[in-house]
Design a protein around this ligand. Sequence first.
Ligand SMILES: [Zn+2]
Length: 287
Amino acid sequence: MEDYPRDLAEFEARFSTEAACREYLLRLRWPDGFCCPRCGGRKTWPLRGVLLQCSSCGYQSSVTAGTIFQDTRKPLTVWFRAMWWVTSQKNGASALGLQRVLGLGSYKTAWTWLHKLRRAMVRPGRDRLSGKVEVDETYWGSEEQGVRGRQTETKTLIVVAAQQDGDGIGRIRMRRIPDASAKSLMPFVEEAIEPGSVVHTDGWLGYVPLEGKGYRHRVTFLRGKKQSPSELMPRVHRVVSLLKRWLLGTHQGAVSHEHLDYYLDEFTFRFNRRTSRHRGKLFFRLA
Ligand SMILES: [Zn+2]
């Protein structure tokens, strides 16, 4: 059973103390109660802060090991408030907003936190897309005159995968890639999509190795077609236009190439959970 606060009042009532936050993380980590990684013992002595000590063998574990809270010197209550805030912003979170809400002294700290939270919002390698998936690339950056097709110098190339869900779009994945070669495209496909799935692309050479990697490859040649690419591969093009609108609207397009990865993570996280009814559920998944 997923356990999370429904609204701000419930959140504040539950997570006002370090002990309450620690207890929550402990229950996420050991849903059936603590179990010592060394001896299997089930009883603990609480130590300082986030540490627990097994009462049979003395082994010390931390409720924050392997999480974004690891190595933090800030109180868990502040981190929890940050998570709550980030997941409850409808159109995305800014470092400035986070700094204000938490009363953080430095903008740089807020920025670092936001990046950590965004990274954690997308769990790579898990829950790969499957079934029928459209894949295409798009550019982000200033329009260049005289540069056509897949050659680019200053623009950033992004590869996008959108799973088919009836007439609509299921889940998505996206990543910044250095170029549109098979060497750049295949690792993305393998990390994002289950082998055996139908991968639908245009006729670009970079997708030729798909069959050899265990995918069923459906190719739509765009040249000579009456329909536009957005009609031939509607889902991936819809995702691309939503992404661009979101980047332009939420961040005024002021997204530097080096930080683009984080924004892609946040967009993907929000898109894939757009049907989640409760904000609190986003919080739970992030925690
Ligand atoms: Zn033990």
